[in-house]
Design a protein around this ligand. Sequence first.
Ligand SMILES: [Zn+2]
Length: 348
Amino acid sequence: MSIVLLQLPEVKYCQTARPRQCPYCAGTTFQRWGGTAKRVRDPNLDEAWVYRYRCCRCHKTFRYYPAGLDRASQTQRMRALAAIGWVLGMSYRGTSRFLSGFGIELGRMSIWRDVQASAQQLLQGRHWKPVRVLGLDGAYVRGWGKTQPVLVAVDLGTGQPITVGYVDEKDPQAVKRFLEPLVQRLGVSVIVTDDLSSYKVVAEALGVEQQICQFHVRRWVGRLVHELKETLPPEWVEVANEVRQLLRDLPPEGDKRLVALLRQLPPSQTGRSGNEATPLDQLRLLIVRLANNWTHFRVFDWQPEVPWTNNPTEQVIGKMKMRARTVRGYKTWPGMTSGLMVAGVGVV
Ligand SMILES: [Zn+2]
C-alpha cells in the first residue's frame, strides 16, 4: 500500500465568498471591483475566475484568489504533483515527462522551483504548530565536494520532518544553536535521540527531557556484551548477562542495581600500569554509562506520547537518503534543505 503524504491541494474555479480581511489594513468590508479570467496550468482546469475587491477602509484594490491558486500560473495542485514526481525518484526531466502525461508541459527549471516551493511551504507550515516530542538524528548526505552533516528534526506526534539543519550532531554548541529556537517556537518538552553525549549536554542546557532511543542502546550494548562474553574472566560473564537483561526489562530502579553490580567487580588495574582497557574495564565503563543514563532510558514510562525508540526519525532519514542517492549530490545548502524536506515527507 502506498500513501502519498504530500496532499494535493484542492483547486477551485472561482471564489464566491468575500474576503474576510484586507491584505493592506484591518478593513473588513469590500466592494467587488470586477473580475478576470486567468489562464492556469493544472491537470483539470484551463482557467479560473479571479475577482478583484476594493477595501472600503483604505480604498486599495486586490485580487482575491480561489482556493489552490495564487499569482503563479501553476496551481498549487500542479506544484504538489511536480514535487511528488520528484519525490518518487524521478529526475527533473523525468518529472517533466510524467506531467506531460497529464497534458501539462513544464520545463525542468519550473519543476525545480516547484520542489523548492513545496519545501518552503513545509518549512513555513511547521513554524506555528506546537510539537511536544521532537526526534533528532544526524545523517551524512552527499553534497558539494563531499558528504555533508545534517541534523534532522521530526515531529514524533505526526512522524513528519520539521526542519533539517546544516549541523554536525557531535558538536554540542552547534546542536544547541539549532535546537534552541525550535524548543522556544514549538514548545518542545521532550527530545528523543541516540546516546551521543552532545544531545545530553544540550537537553540539560535547554531544560527539556531527553528520551534515549532504546533500539540504538540495545544494539550497541548487545554487540559489546556479545564480545565481552568471549573475553571476560568466566566468573564475570553472568554480570554482563544481567546488564543486558536489565536493559531489556528497564525496571524503574535499574540504575541502583547497576551500581550494586559495579561494586561486585574488583577495582580497576588500568591507569596504574597504563595498559589498554581490559574486558573487565570495558564492563565497568558500560555499567557506569548505563547507570548515568538510566533516567533517560525511561522517560517514555511517565511522559505521555513519548516513543521508546527514535524509529520515526530514522524512517524520515531513510527516505531522505533514498532520494539523495539518485540526486547526483546537492550543490548548495538551500537546495539540499529543500530536497531533504520534500523527500522526508515523501511517500510511504
Ligand atoms: Zn484596506
